[in-house]
Design a protein around this ligand. Sequence first.
Ligand SMILES: *[C@@H]1O[C@H](CO)[C@@H](O)[C@H](O)[C@H]1NC(C)=O
Ligand SMILES: *[C@@H]1O[C@H](CO)[C@@H](O)[C@H](O)[C@H]1NC(C)=O
Ligand SMILES: *[C@@H]1O[C@H](CO)[C@@H](O)[C@H](O)[C@H]1NC(C)=O
Ligand SMILES: [Zn+2]
Ligand SMILES: [Zn+2]
Length: 312
Amino acid sequence: MAPKLSHLLSAILVIFSIQSFRGQARTLKPEHRQSFSSFLQGLEGIQKGQTVEGLIELKQYLKKLGYYRSDDITLTSSDFDDHLELALKTYQEYFHLNVTGNLDSSTIQQMMIPRCGMPDIINTPSTKPNSTTSKHNKFHMVVHYAFGTQKWPPSKYALTYRFGSGVQVVGSDTLRSVCSKAFRTWAKVSPFTFQEATAGASADIVIEFFSGDHGDHYPFDGPGNKLAHAFYPQDGRLHYDADENWSIDPAVDQFDLESVTVHEIGHLLGLYHSKDHPEAIICGNCLGSVELSEFDDKKRSCHRRLFYQNAR
Ligand SMILES: *[C@@H]1O[C@H](CO)[C@@H](O)[C@H](O)[C@H]1NC(C)=O
Ligand SMILES: *[C@@H]1O[C@H](CO)[C@@H](O)[C@H](O)[C@H]1NC(C)=O
Ligand SMILES: *[C@@H]1O[C@H](CO)[C@@H](O)[C@H](O)[C@H]1NC(C)=O
Ligand SMILES: [Zn+2]
Ligand SMILES: [Zn+2]
């Protein structure tokens, strides 16, 4: 049945600690948004069998998001190999693109869209690590508004939060008011309640901004691409990329702090990215575009139902 919580937790931690992105922030400087986009554009049309410098970063990108079926594939070369082709096909299927396994234009365009840093696909640990036939069992594509097996127990439905001492990006009153609204949004559709912890007290959820590598194996990457991430229960860390241009009233080149916060709280509560609900607040790359007004009654009831199923 469902893997033990401890297994899944360690799987998530192991998967993402195997390939640390330590070098990436340095390699892709200084204007990361432009570099990463032009880096991706430079890869367009590369064929299987070719060896091209930079492919290893693409592999790391795909692996971090869960598109490699096995966490024991080591990414040491810049060859366009079978594993990369398979990872690309999985990516294309996830985003409803033509499943070509090629670095075609629509795939590159999709990768250029800013997104959440959490994976789209959760690789669950294999009970038979040496068996090739078990590879498919290891690979679990998250197809719905998925709940992981990591949950808060009902005794922990009254969650507290506090703001950490990371990089100061947004005024503390602004951040406090944005987060308070975002938590209220979730409180309406879930059995959870949220309260800011009293000063100096510990809290279940800690919210802060960081720049680049900040020690949790999910380094940020300068402007664009990865905007934020938040860990599954009962971790409680929510991090924003301090290098984004955040706003509470976003212009075209800015990101809306509240929408992103609502999305990330979903992860804190145990939600994974959803493949087949691109309109959902919890899809992987809808962070910059989802309007809170789209968080309508239909989706509220969907969330509510899920939480009640989860609570049983
Ligand atoms: C998929 O391929 C078809 C036929 O080549 C093409 O018309 C269509 O635009 C492609 N779709 C995407 C999303 O690239
Ligand atoms: C996997 O490991 C088991 C027990 O450790 C062994 O019996 C089996 O032959 C191994 N299978 C392969 C494919 O190596
Ligand atoms: C952030 O966006 C605003 C509005 O578009 C712009 O005026 C400002 O220069 C941007 N700041 C940075 C650091 O890019
Ligand atoms: Zn996310
Ligand atoms: Zn982080």
